[in-house]
Ligand binder design. Structure first.
Ligand code: SF4
Length: 696
């Protein structure tokens, strides 16, 4: 067998690093694609070790069904025909008894654009349910909502990564790039080598914060106060761009009035960031020729995540930075197809092309593409956590199809979520491993993995990329697209679910998105291949794609960006005598999301086999524990057990736990599901916790 090399992309995060996969007698070998402009050959350890999941011994190779049909009977191998027949029959039965919305679909930000699109179509056309949402609700929804409100459209980065080196001052809020997006650091290194300044806002002195020029170690949950404080100083000291504010924005006066009460000393009290430091940072930003503000999950995964993000956008607008070269505001998307996954209809309030499902024109357009009456398209459904909480209640969800998500580990308040999944009348999970969610299912469908399928993903810059099929899937495994098409047919919608291949699905997606905010009409597989990705919006075949948004106008009714007057609000759960620490959660370098894939990779397990509880040594002394001790971390929702790691790099009032593990080590058993009122994002980033020594 001669080695063959294919250019494709890493299966994990939103950077979507270009890789070369070489298949030969020795198996599959990864190398970084030096010609791909995003990562320029660099990869993190997850990318290097990605092929191990393809041939892993845990790989599911046959559908699993409950032996007797009852949930209490064991999962046993079944045939595809039996599994699909059970799914179609049970979904139809339950919908006949309890109505269309008794069925629900839960997708994921790792699904290709084609799958995300088809999953939305499956929910709306084949099941006729309004209840579809996805795990991106837990990831980017606050950033997306804020960008749409302020700038008119949500494309995580409205400029290419190549702008970063030429920015002069970058404020990074709640983003630990050195661990979560390591190849992206080369852009920041280049920025600093040109004399640029990086300011990191984070309760932890992460590797990114330690590397930066400045670290503002704010109290968890106080981003809006900090951002308003910066805006206060910018206005007070005449560091804003009044011409830009006059010509390109609206709503400044209301934002100014709110910022006026966030004087530095008050902000110091709220955030813990010293007033002189706040003033100095504001002056750095105000003096920068090309200021750039980037947010990530830190400020976004809070019950005031939208307000936090809007407050950071206000700064970028006041500086006149948005829509200008090497400047601006952006959110760093996390999941592999977090961007594309939120554009094409697997979100409860959306239709493809980032259209709203309550917009009559959008409904008419989609009805035309799908060949159904507009009146048959359901309305807005429940957001992810609300959908899960409706299970077991009158009028709630009773049957659920999960694709590309491990809810039992990734949802907040995970013990209750698990009880909800157990209370379903019928649960179907499509996955390539028996995830913690799949273990609870009535039917498990084994599906293809990244290197076994064709498709497209959209990276954190809004660049549409090609995923290429490199190897055949194991016998007995089917693609998600094939699964959805077969189920659509069995549910009586053969005509709407006939596709020759993933490209045919993409061609329909292009038409579906045509004229919408995320317009893919001009993007084809061929173009993506030859141009190394195409940026949306791209409304026609002859259009070059749009690297930089907002250069002339904003896609709002007034064509202006909008300031929002936002105040700091209390977090969902303040610390008390009983629960004296802030618990914050996040990702680490060698694991990814719920760990379904990465916990099975030996190279990653060797680096990070167990979670840990990171705390300040002074706090450890107060609690009476030391590094290496096992402790029980308790919140109002439950307890989990971790080994203590002491470090000076975290605030004394804060502890950190990574969220990639399940069961006794599940961080999400502890997290608070207080939802942002606009985005419905749960408050993963802060809740009140107590630490007790575990029994020996
Ligand atoms: S940074 Fe993200 S895309 Fe790149 S190799 Fe690592 S996990 Fe993969």
């Amino acid at each position: 067998m001669m080695p063959a090399t294919t250019a494709t992309h890493c299966p994990y995060c939103a950077l979507q690093c270009g890789i070369h996969l070489t298949t030969g007698p020795a198996g599959m070998i990864v190398s970084g694609d030096a010609a791909f402009p995003v990562n320029q050959g660099a990869l993190c350890v997850k990318g290097w070790s990605a092929p191990e999941t393809l041939t892993h011994r845990d790989r599911l190779r046959t559908p699993l069904v409950r032996e007797t049909g009852a949930r209490c009977s064991p999962l046993v191998p079944g045939t595809w025909d039996d599994a699909l027949e059970r799914i179609a029959r049970r979904f139809a039965e339950i919908q006949t008894r309890h109505g269309r919305d008794a069925a629900a679909v839960f997708g994921g930000g790792s699904l290709t654009n084609e799958k995300a699109y088809l999953l939305g179509k499956f929910a709306r056309v084949a099941l006729g349910t309004s209840n579809i949402d996805y795990n991106g609700r837990f990831c980017m929804s606050s950033g997306a909502a804020a960008a749409t409100m302020a700038l008119g459209v949500d494309r995580g980065l409205p400029f290419p990564l190549e702008d970063i080196p030429q920015a002069t001052t970058i404020l990074l809020a709640g983003a630990n790039i050195a661990e979560t997006l390591p190849p992206l650091m080369q852009y920041f290194e280049a920025h600093r080598s040109r004399g640029g300044t990086v300011i990191v806002v984070d309760p932890r002195r992460t590797p990114t914060a330690a590397w930066a020029d400045w670290h503002l170690a704010l109290r968890p949950g106080t981003d809006a106060a900090l951002a308003n404080g910066l805006l206060h100083v910018l206005i007070r000291d005449d560091l804003i761009d009044t011409v830009y504010i006059r010509d390109r924005t609206e709503g400044f006066e209301q934002a100014r009035q709110i910022a006026a009460v966030y004087w530095p000393e008050k902000v110091e009290q709220l955030t813990g960031v010293p007033a002189p430091q706040l003033v100095e940072i504001a002056h750095h930003l105000g003096a920068a020729a090309h200021p750039m503000i980037l947010t990530a999950r830190g400020p976004e995964q809070q019950s005031q995540g939208v307000s936090n993000t809007l407050a950071y956008i206000n700064i970028a607008l006041a500086l006149g930075a948005v829509g200008k070269p090497y400047s601006g505001f952006g959110c760093l998307t996390g999941q592999g197809n977090g961007q594309g996954g939120r554009e094409h209809g697997q979100k409860a309030d959306q239709l493809p092309g980032y259209r709203r499902i309550d917009d009559d024109e959008a409904r008419a357009h989609m009805a035309d593409v799908w060949g159904i009456p507009a009146s048959a398209i359901p309305g807005i459904g429940k957001s992810a956590y609300e959908l899960l909480m409706s299970i077991g209640r009158g009028g709630g969800v009773r049957s659920l199809l999960v694709m590309g998500s491990n809810i039992a580990v990734s949802a907040p308040n995970a013990s209750v979520v698990r009880e909800k999944l157990e209370a379903l009348e019928f649960l179907v999970v499509a996955d390539f491993f028996l995830s913690e969610t799949a273990e609870l299912a009535d039917v498990v469908l084994p599906c293809t993995q990244w290197a076994e399928e064709d498709g497209t993903l959209t990276n954190l810059e809004g660049r549409v990329l090609r995923r290429r099929k490199v190897s055949e899937p194991p016998e007995g495994v089917r693609s998600d697209i094939e699964i959805l098409c077969t189920l659509g047919e069995r549910l009586g919608h053969r005509r709407q679910f006939l596709y020759a291949n993933s490209e045919a699905v993409f061609d329909e997606l292009r038409r579906a998105s045509r004229g919408g905010p995320a317009d893919y009409f001009g993007i084809t597989y061929e173009r993506v291949e030859t141009e190394k990705g195409v940026f949306w919006p791209c409304p026609s075949i002859g259009h070059p794609g749009t690297q930089r948004l907002f250069t002339d106008a904003f896609p709002t009714p007034s064509k202006r960006a909008r300031f929002h007057a936002v105040s700091h609000r209390s977090i969902g759960e303040e610390t008390t005598e009983e629960f004296p620490f802030y618990l914050t959660t996040g990702r680490i370098l060698a694991q990814y999301q719920s760990g379904t894939q990465t916990r099975r990779v030996r190279a990653l397990d060797a680096i990070a086999a167990q979670p840990f509880l990171e705390m300040h040594p002074s706090s450890a002394t107060v609690v009476g524990v030391a590094a290496g001790d096992r402790v029980v971390l308790t919140t109002r929702r439950g307890s989990a057990t971790f080994v203590v790691k002491t470090t000076l790099s975290i605030r004394e009032d804060t502890v950190f736990v990574p969220f990639h593990w399940a069961g006794e080590q599940s961080a999400n058993r502890l997290t608070n599901a207080a939802l942002d009122p606009t985005s419905k994002m749960p408050e993963f980033k802060v809740c009140a916790a107590r630490i007790d020594r575990a029994d020996p």
